[in-house]
Design a protein around this ligand. Sequence first.
Ligand SMILES: [Zn+2]
Length: 420
Amino acid sequence: MFTPPTESAVDRFLRYVRIDTQSTEDGKATPSTEKQWTLARLLAEELRQLGVEDVRVSEFCMVYASIPSNMPNGDVPVIGFLAHVDTSPALTGAGVEPVIHANYRGGDIVLPGDPSQVITVAQNPDLATLIGDDIITTDGTTLLGSDDKAGVAAIMTFVDLLRRNPEIPHGTIKIGFTSDEEIGTGIDKFDVEAFGAELAYTVDGGELGEINDETWSARLATITFAGKSTHPGTAKGVMINAIHAFAHFLTRLPNDMLPETTEERVGFVHPYSGVADVEESNVKVLLRDFDLGGLDAKESLVRRLAAETEGRFPGVRIRVDIKEQYKNMKEVLKDHPELIENALEAARRAGVKPFMRPIRGGTDGSKLTFRGLPCPNIFTGGHNFHGKLEFNSRRGLERTTETLMHLAQIFAESRAMSGR
Ligand SMILES: [Zn+2]
């Protein structure tokens, strides 16, 4: 057991979730919203109060901090821990009122601010593992922001614990809090070199024990249908309505290859946004697969359907643009097995049963990994991200924090044992 922190992970969490840090897809700069600064600056100030000397906030709202090694021979790898300050653009993060359901006895949880919002046992079988825990939900009108303020609170409490438990050996620890994770762009402004870690973890995962070393490989397809607009009263033989080609193309996407019909390791194509217009229609389609071969096949499919559609609608010109988004980090992480082995062991020591799960999404870690900082993702105890039914628990936050403590210690031990 560790000497307790000056402030519990739960109390920290409850403070941070009340600070609105929602990011937006419409922003041009990083951070996309000014309000992310509020939490970033607060975290920098609190790190200083915890005695961390080397703290700075960059012009892009990234917090960097460094905690020196307390080992006599400093040959322990420099480990980084990252979490993001922003919350999803999908749902408001203003006026978050966390509700604690103390000593949960089982059954569905009705959210008090909107009784139509119910966390059901049927849809959340994990609730069975939370009997006796204190579950933290929203009041039903906002998201909770456990994604990723649970990660932020766990890392801050971890820093607090390191200070309160100076006898626990650890190497140099780097702390990073990032902006605009939810819109996928913030991490591009994160300075990996200045951060200075050799290996890192994002603390941005789901239920207790879940460790992710695999993400999608991801591309974005934009399909543009060009027609010809004219006054409909005199359109005979002249108008070429791109909307018909656009609609035809959409119906040709295979039904069994969509997000709503796939799970686990099966990839998808996902038309998620578009414009229907006579002169020019377009649709954006996410292509996702864990396997690069599978991703290539989905790209070929989209190109083939576009070509077929063009053949069926004379006069309509169809263009397919493909953009690489991120790649499966497993390709790199397989060469750093200690990252996963140590995370599994740390979770066990914290009393958590760890398991691996591929993420049907991307993480900041995917990009960091390919920029030279190998970075799997570990749990935070959170559930139902980006929605009103989001929740976490006391045990979720505490065990996550303890896992970070054990991780730091295990890296220090394993280097000592290897005789270096
Ligand atoms: Zn997140």
